[in-house]
Design a protein around this ligand. Structure first.
Ligand code: ZN
Length: 397
């Protein structure tokens, strides 16, 4: 039956060898023999982990499968934003096709859940949202997609954008996005009034891109925390990037971490090599949920990225000087349970009763499997095999 599976010779989180039985898309039991109504798959000693969670990417604008984009874009954030708006039309970036390509690639690499920010602006309107909604509908059986309406070009500086944000939520976007309330819109109060106003009215979580540096970013972060508490949105707000948490004033960082923990505001990191970045272990130890994501994967912003969340775990480790096996496991936890907690995924994990969203990795130990990041042996979504030996079973458009 669809959603039933029995895999022998596997090691959950690199522990003792056992078997797993999946029924109706959920983990039923470990360690039992093959049920008479199922065929067994030999796991070959694979390390079993829960599905990877790609908690921040931009499915609508990847250039995967298109001609190489010659990047000669200027150095400022606004250069990249303006360049992209014009290139979308010139290059013919179809949000439905492109998001499908990346979603299938992600699934083949073991991501079973994706949160995608999707551009909403006065040029593209809500076509990006419609494209990713189409991909979610068509490929929902291989990967779950959470959609953030994202005002990439600013909101208040481009009249008409607020209305398009609202239309996006009516169409089916799940989360209200935002962007640098001070640096881009230059009106932090106005920007956050709109973001939190929409979230309150539509009952949606919030996920704000915050690239603002040091004290400016800290100021915006404090405003976000204030509003989270005022609206009773504890646990439903994420700050993506949060470069300001990597600033040098350690006393200030400590007070921000305490405030984030108290308001249960989540932090999303890409573990960037080029910027100051949130200190993952300190945040986790303070009780802050930390998730990770690829951000843009091969787009007009930059040529890098491959949608591999195991590689992202390695980046989290490198950026945070994680060397011990338990630290590598923490980096993986950020790329699995961290994202699941951020997105409030129900029944996520390896316990019996959890949804069977699973990845089977080649590896001697858990840490070895993460750092080696070989081709995924098997990816299972709701009990169905969606990828085998690194190959998705669904063909990309
Ligand atoms: Zn982003």
């Amino acid at each position: 039956m669809n959603g039933d599976l029995h895999v022998t010779n596997i090691r959950p989180m690199g522990g003792a060898s056992t078997s797993v039985t999946i029924r109706d898309g959920r983990i039923a039991i470990y360690g039992e023999g093959t049920p008479p109504d199922m065929a067994a798959i030999d796991g070959g000693g694979a390390v079993l982990i829960p599905g990877l969670v790609e908690a921040h990417t931009h499915l609508d604008k990847t250039l995967i499968g298109m001609s190489w984009y010659h990047n000669d874009v200027g150095p400022r954030l606004i250069d990249k934003i303006e360049n992209e708006r014009s290139q979308k039309r010139l290059l013919g970036i179809d949000p439905a096709r492109q998001s499908a390509r990346q979603a299938i690639l992600s699934a083949s690499l073991g991501s079973t859940h994706i949160r995608s920010h999707v551009d909403v602006d006065t040029e593209i309107g809500v076509r990006g949202i419609e494209g990713v909604l189409q991909t979610r509908e068509q490929y929902g059986h291989i990967v779950d997609i959470d959609i953030v309406a994202f005002p990439q070009s600013g909101m208040l500086i481009r009249p008409g954008t607020v209305e398009l944000m609202e239309t996006s939520l009516k169409l089916g976007a799940d989360v209200v996005g935002g962007l640098d309330p001070s640096a881009i819109d230059r009106d932090p109060k106005g920007h956050l009034d709109v973001v939190f106003g929409l979230a309150d009215r539509y009952g949606c979580p919030v996920d704000i891109h915050l690239h603002e540096p040091a004290e400016l970013g800290a100021f915006s972060m404090e405003l976000i925390i204030e509003r989270t508490k005022a609206l009773g949105m504890q646990g439903r707000v994420t700050i993506s990037h949060a470069f300001c948490l990597g600033m040098t004033d350690q006393d200030y960082v400590a007070s921000l971490i305490d405030a984030l923990a108290e308001a249960r505001v989540h932090i999303l990191t890409t573990a960037p090599a080029f910027k100051s970045a949130p200190p993952v272990k300190r945040l986790v130890e303070a009780g802050v949920v930390v998730a990770a994501g690829s951000d843009g994967v091969r787009d007009t912003w930059g040529p890098y990225g491959n949608a591999d969340m195991l590689e992202r775990a390695v980046f989290v480790g490198l950026r945070n000087n994680f060397r011990r096996d338990d630290e590598v496991a923490l980096a993986l936890d950020v790329c699995t349970h961290g994202g699941a907690r951020m997105m409030h995924l129900e029944s996520y994990g390896l316990e019996p009763g959890c949804r069977a969203d699973l990845v089977f990795l080649d590896g001697e130990t858990l840490a070895e499997a993460v750092v080696s990041r070989r081709r995924r042996k098997l990816v299972v979504k709701s009990g169905r095999v969606v990828a085998r030996d690194g190959q998705a079973l669904v063909e990309a458009p």
